[in-house]
Design a protein around this ligand. Sequence first.
Ligand SMILES: [Zn+2]
Length: 284
Amino acid sequence: MKTYNLASSAQGWASKISELLKQVLGTERFPVDIVTLAQEYSMQIYPNEPIIAVQGADLPGFEGALYRLKKGWAVFYNDSIRSKGRIKFTLAHEFGHYLIHRLDHPEGMQCTSQDTVRWDSAYGLIEQQANTFAANLLMPFDDFRSQIPATTRVTLDMLSHCADRYGVSLMAATLQWLRYTAKRAVLVVSRDGYVLWSRSSEPAFKSGVYFKTSENLIEIPSTALPNRTDLLVDGRASIQHPANVWLNEEVQEVVLMADQYDFAISLLLLDGSSTFELPEDDYI
Ligand SMILES: [Zn+2]
């Protein structure tokens, strides 16, 4: 089986195209116009098999797809999805499959919401690569760091600003921020009172703060915001929990949104700065 080098495929492609956009568009390159980019860039580098269509389609059970056509490729998103940010991420994910995986998948691919929404290592390598490509193309770390420095304690407004800047969902922006922040923070996705999956920032993980959802069924605290819908305003709220609620230390919980997906998203912000340095380069 062919093995891929993540750095030279997903990250390599994303930084190459980001550089190009920076040169051509400068500070006006955000949000990335993925529809035009996918078609024009593929025509430039692979004129014999460009992406010739990017559009919505009836894709029950799938978030997006890459299909082979007679003279090129088509990228589709599920047209029942209303979130523009989610669609943009899906299109970038499929563009990543086109660049990195089309030779091994000559007829194309279909991707579920699990493939594109959850950036988790439990999922296949090629889905991870497509997500890494999409995240780094739409939200390059150099620009993200200039918006929210790694040592800044984040607020919901800051993350909302970045979600708007990059045209992605608040969750996608938060997941990308978690990949470089020097702060301890954990994103927890839950449904019906149980943790579905979570993602810790590197400093949080290294301080032992993470949830082992693959081994245990973890119930969220009764006072956690997903259980306190009375406190939500426009699907958002923030609350300070004492120790021994979420963790054995104090936690600020921010609920990102509750209506766009059928799950709740809590961001847990912890005090205390990291005792180690994170590299400036992308470390994933
Ligand atoms: Zn995929």
